[in-house]
Design a protein around this ligand. Sequence first.
Ligand code: MN
Length: 223
Amino acid sequence: MKKILIITILLTFINLLAMTQNNYIFKELPYSYDALEPYIDATTMETHYDKHHRAYYNNFVKGMEDGKYEKLPILEIFAKISQYPDVIRNMGGGYWNHEFFWESMTSEKTSVSNDLLKEIEKSFGTFDNFKNEFSKAANSVFGSGWAWLILNEKNELKITKTSNQDNPYMDVVSEKGTPLLAIDVWEHAYYLKHKNKRADYVQDFWNVVNWDAVSKRYENAIK
Ligand code: MN
């Protein structure tokens, strides 16, 4: 009995030590690789999560260690990302954006909350028009990047685009705010299934958006 207690205390201590060593967690994918089939195929999911996302995470952690930076919460780093080298901007963005992207999708049936729906209709006329505008933004990102639905500092909904792995929390982007929804339009997100047809991938994306998560983000952001 005593032995078990000592081992438990020791393990807790090791755990705490590990947490102070590295504040940044590589989260599990919230669903299986094939959960979003046929819209997003299992091979793309596996490569995207286990190769691309993991590499961003590993390189971000390494970049933070190499630069001996204080291990601040990542959103605090984004708020002053202009003071960091490109490796932190690119890898930190890649790490956080993908986690946000996975959590923006689901195989479950979800629905947009009344509050968010009302706000979308106020800002974009109709829900369908919002989807069209968002798709247009996603399809028109030149090269690699992301399209976002954000709530800006004036509590307005905006559709924005960022290049590479930038995101709306970063002090370097022109339109800042709290992200509510994101789509990754790097070719690695769709090329295996949709080839060069980004618009088809964007169309498929609407079938797997987690509106419960997006609505919850809106609720938290508006407070
Ligand atoms: Mn990606």
